[in-house]
Design a binder for this molecule. Structure first.
Ligand code: HEM
Ligand code: HEM
Length: 236
């Protein structure tokens, strides 16, 4: 009986909405970066940027009402706890966090904030804001790319230290743990809603120019106007 109580099995840690959020955010960020530089795909660039801010808005709500390990209260920690964790990190016997570790949480919060800064500066610049905003926009995007690099390196490092594939866990939601640490349900209907919302938004942007008044759509027929004249000639 005693051994049973401490035996580890695969348990559900990341609910489906968190996983769908993660991979859509990563995909959108990569796509927005790929379409940022005079590619004639400014419509795709803007669409993916708005997708990111929508995803972050969802994640903030889910961070308040979502399942155990998705809630901010379960992983956002103060500087002292982060420092304590950082100094214990190289000790293979250190206790693993079931959810995000305190250092990983720092990068997560930074990525959420960077997204807001990128989209805000991009939006103001796009709507005729000062040229300096373009540099701020690029700077915020570069900062986020750096944090993403550190994030991915951190995931690889933690996977090696814990001898557990954390990337796979972000796909199937499962990690090694004790049964009582498991969340009870994956909340897949919420994930389906998030995915449907994003795909629906992309479809609308593709179908109908300016369908929802965001100033752009991503149809190829329209792509030409973004190369060189991406503001559509409506100001300066
Ligand atoms: C809805 C949100 C966004 C808006 C409105 C927006 C708008 C713009 C605009 C107007 C430009 C200038 C293009 C030019 O002068 O040729 C630009 C460039 C750029 N954007 Fe965004 N953007 C958004 C989201 C993003 C995101 C999410 C990223 C990060 C991946 C990003 C990264 C960049 C970069 C790196 C450039 C510089 C490209 C260059 O070197 O010319 N943007 N964006
Ligand atoms: C390209 C941009 C990426 C962004 C913006 C990003 C962002 C994030 C965010 C916000 C979280 C927190 C998840 C949550 O609780 O909501 C997270 C976690 C995670 N990400 Fe990423 N990510 C990116 C790329 C990647 C890649 C390429 C991998 C795989 C190699 C990856 C693997 C993970 C894993 C494993 C976790 C969970 C970490 C843990 O165990 O605490 N991410 N990421």
């Amino acid at each position: 009986m005693r051994t049973l109580a401490v035996e580890k099995t695969k348990i559900l840690v990341w609910d489906a909405p968190t996983r769908v959020f993660h991979w859509l955010l990563a995909l959108s960020f990569a796509g927005a970066y790929a379409t940022s530089e005079g590619s004639g795909l400014m419509g795709v660039h803007l669409t993916l940027g708005y997708t990111m801010v929508g995803l972050v808005a969802f994640r903030v709500i889910w961070g308040l009402i979502g399942t155990r390990y998705a809630r901010f209260s379960s992983f956002v920690r103060g500087p002292a706890a982060v420092a304590r964790y950082a100094s214990s990190m190289l000790n293979p016997k250190a206790e693993h966090s079931m959810g995000h570790n305190p250092l990983g949480a720092v990068s997560i919060v930074l990525m959420l904030l960077c997204t807001l800064a990128i989209v805000f500066t991009g939006w103001v610049y796009f709507n005729g804001g000062a040229h300096a905003l373009k540099s701020l926009h690029e700077g915020a995007a570069a900062l986020m790319a750096t944090v993403v690099g550190v994030h991915v390196a951190g995931v690889v490092f933690a996977s090696l230290m814990q001898r557990e594939n954390l990337v796979r866990a972000m796909f199937n939601g499962r990690k090694q743990g004790r049964p009582e640490q498991s969340i009870r349900w994956s909340w897949w209907p919420v994930a389906v809603l998030v995915l449907a919302g994003v795909l629906g938004f992309w479809w609308l942007q593709w179908q109908a120019p300016n369908a929802i008044g965001l100033g752009s759509n991503m149809s190829p027929q329209n792509a030409g106007q973004w190369s060189g004249n991406w503001r559509g000639g409506d100001d300066d």
